[in-house]
Structures are given as structure tokens and as C-alpha cells.
Design a protein around this ligand. Structure first.
Ligand SMILES: NC(=O)c1ccc[n+]([C@@H]2O[C@H](COP(=O)([O-])OP(=O)(O)OC[C@H]3O[C@@H](n4cnc5c(N)ncnc54)[C@H](OP(=O)(O)O)[C@@H]3O)[C@@H](O)[C@H]2O)c1
Length: 318
């Protein structure tokens, strides 16, 4: 006969086993995205004729634009630099045969969204990738160490936060009317925890995550998929084109992988290795991560990497 305490411990053990069993099951789903979250061949095109990608002249955004065009969508590509956009537009249309519309916009600026709305007015937009993002500084630094802090605050909040919200405001109503659409909002793995020395950037990205998750709950029943994608390292201009390895992925590998998880929930790290990095980061107590020793270590590490790679930088502000 089991005593009361034995019952308690047995029940507790059962709960722990079930909890981790379910977690393991969810994890194994992530290992086989094609099997668990299959996408029909025409999935993206079935959402609408056009995809809109912000920050699409380079890096991750450029790759999303390419892949969506390969899926049969026409694409609107947006960034500040017309010559680069024109070059990318030519490459995409020559390779895929799809139409490409170039919209030049500086997302740090205030009064750009009326023009953007006008440019997008008559398009049947099925996919929006809110990709554009900036880091305040190449080198990790404390908030007050910024020489032009007011400008930096305005630029980062406008580019990383306001742009995503405004683009959703412009494009979501059409998706709601048609009861279909996909919105991908690019956050960042480092936003998994409060990330000192990149506090403003990491906080802007957790906004991206929370906003996406809330919005997904609001619009799931309207047939719209809204997902935050939170990569760690992707070898782009932002990180000084660091060499690729197990954790530093090429934009091609990252985007290919992340799109396989589009139906895997309101937040994804986009790849298995970045998911592990996320778990690792969450497992380290912040009491350790936030020590002065660690902050100094991070600063010295990035400075050393920068010195090795000059003139490009490890984490480049744009
Ligand atoms: N790379 C990584 O390791 C990493 C990790 C986590 C999250 N992310 C996030 O992923 C997204 C893409 O990053 P990435 O690495 O691909 O960056 P990237 O290589 O620096 O490319 C950024 C793109 O955005 C455009 N852009 C930058 N500032 C802009 C502005 N103010 N207005 C309009 N366009 C602007 C750039 O073109 P122009 O300069 O010509 O305007 C470029 O096309 C960002 O949101 C970033 O925070 C990246």
C-alpha cells in the first residue's frame, strides 16, 4: 500500500515524464519539418500574386525575395539603395521570369508610409516579409556610450519596430478581406534573453516577436499565418560576412530552412542549430550572463573579431 507521500512523488514523477515526453515529441517534429509541416508546391503563390520584402537588396531579405520569386510570386523589393535594388530586380526577373517592383525607402524616416501604401495599392499581396533591421553599433556598447543617442533611438525604433507595425497596417487588411496570407517578421535569437551591450537592438526584436505572436492569435481564424523568425548568426553585411559554419549560416541555407517551418507556430528560430542555441542561451542563468566579466568578454571578443576582419566589421550598423 502506497503512503500519501509516495503518491505525491509518483504523481510528480508522472507529470515530469509527461511534460518532457510532450516536449520531446514537439522537438522531433522540428527535426522533420517537411513531414510534420508539409507545404503544397503552390503554397506561397496560393496566398496571392505578390510578395513584399523589406530590406531586400542584400542578405536575408534578398534571399527571401529570390526564393519567393522561384515559388512563382512577383516581388516588391524595398531598401534605401536604388542601384542595388535595380541590380537585384534584374537578377530575380532574369532567373525566375517573375515581375519585380522596386520601392526605394529609408525606414528610419518618418513620412514614408503614405507613398509606400500608394505603391502597393493595387497589388494582390499574399506574402509580407518584414525583414529590414539595423543594429545601433558595430561594437557592443552600453546604452549611454552612443555619441548620438537621440538619433540612434529614433533610427532603431523606426526601422526595427515602427516599420514592421506600419507595413502590417498597410498589408493586413487585404489579407483579411481575402482570408489568406503569410506575414514573416524577422526578429533575432539574441532577443531570447535581455541582451546587455545590445539592449536597444534586442529589445526592439522582442517587440517584433511579441507583436507577431499577439497578431497571430488575432488573425489565425482569418486564415492568415503570422510568424516571428529569430535567427542567430547568418553571414551577411550586418555581421561582417563572417565565414559560415554549423551555427553561422549562409542566407541561402537559412531562408531555405526557415520557410520549411512556416506552419510550425507563431515563433521559430528557423533552423535546428539556432533552436539549440536559443535553448542554450535560455539555460544559462542571467546572473552569469549579465556579469561584468561576461560583458567585458563579449566586447573584447567582438573587437578582436573586428580587428581580424577590418575594414568590414563583425556586427555592422547599416
Ligand atoms: N545576419 C544575422 O546574423 C542576423 C541575426 C539575427 C537577426 N537578423 C535580422 O535579419 C534581418 C536582415 O538582416 P541581414 O543580416 O540580412 O542585414 P543586412 O545584410 O545588413 O541587410 C539589410 C538590408 O536592409 C536594408 N536596409 C538597412 N537599413 C535600412 C533602412 N534604414 N531603410 C531601408 N532599408 C534598409 C539594406 O539595404 P540598404 O543598406 O541598401 O538600405 C539591406 O538590404 C534584420 O532584421 C536583422 O536584424 C540578422
Amino acid at each position: 500500500m502506497m503512503s500519501g507521500m509516495e503518491w505525491v512523488f509518483t504523481a510528480l514523477g508522472a507529470v515530469v515524464v509527461i511534460y518532457y515526453g510532450v516536449k520531446l515529441l514537439f522537438f522531433t517534429r522540428m527535426l522533420y519539418p517537411k513531414r510534420w509541416f508539409p507545404l503544397p508546391k503552390s503554397f506561397f503563390l496560393s496566398m496571392g500574386e505578390w510578395a513584399v520584402v523589406t530590406g531586400a537588396s542584400e542578405g536575408i531579405g534578398r534571399q527571401y525575395a529570390f526564393v519567393l520569386a522561384e515559388q512563382g510570386m512577383n516581388v516588391v523589393i524595398m531598401s534605401r539603395t536604388k542601384v542595388t535594388l535595380d541590380k537585384v530586380a534584374k537578377e530575380i526577373s532574369e532567373t525566375t521570369g517573375r515581375m519585380v517592383k522596386v520601392v526605394v525607402a529609408d525606414f528610419t524616416k518618418d513620412n514614408i508610409f503614405t507613398d509606400i501604401e500608394e505603391e502597393l495599392k493595387y497589388l494582390d499581396i499574399g506574402v509580407l516579409v518584414n525583414n529590414v533591421g539595423m543594429v545601433p553599433s558595430a561594437v557592443p556598447r552600453r546604452f549611454l556610450e552612443d555619441e548620438d543617442l537621440d538619433q540612434t533611438i529614433m533610427r532603431i525604433i523606426n526601422c526595427n519596430v515602427r516599420t514592421m507595425v506600419k507595413m502590417c497596417k498597410i498589408i493586413l487588411p487585404g489579407m483579411e478581406n481575402r482570408r489568406k496570407g503569410v506575414i514573416v517578421n524577422i526578429a533575432s535569437g539574441i532577443a531570447s534573453i535581455p541582451f546587455p551591450m545590445y539592449s536597444l537592438y534586442a529589445a526592439s526584436k522582442i517587440f517584433v516577436e511579441r507583436f507577431s505572436q499577439g497578431l497571430q492569435a488575432e488573425y489565425r481564424d482569418k486564415g492568415i499565418i503570422i510568424q516571428a523568425v529569430s535567427p542567430f548568426g547568418v553571414s551577411t553585411r550586418m555581421v561582417g560576412y563572417q565565414p559560415t559554419n554549423m551555427t553561422m549560416l549562409s542566407p541561402q541555407d537559412f531562408v531555405k530552412s526557415s520557410l520549411q517551418y512556416i506552419r510550425a507556430g507563431d515563433k521559430t528560430y528557423g533552423t535546428i542549430c539556432h533552436m539549440f542555441l536559443g535553448w542554450l542561451l535560455l539555460a544559462i542563468p542571467s546572473k552569469i550572463l549579465h556579469t561584468e566579466f561576461m560583458l567585458q568578454g563579449l566586447k573584447e571578443y567582438v573587437e578582436k573579431k573586428q580587428a581580424e576582419k577590418r575594414p568590414s566589421s563583425v556586427m555592422r550598423e547599416t
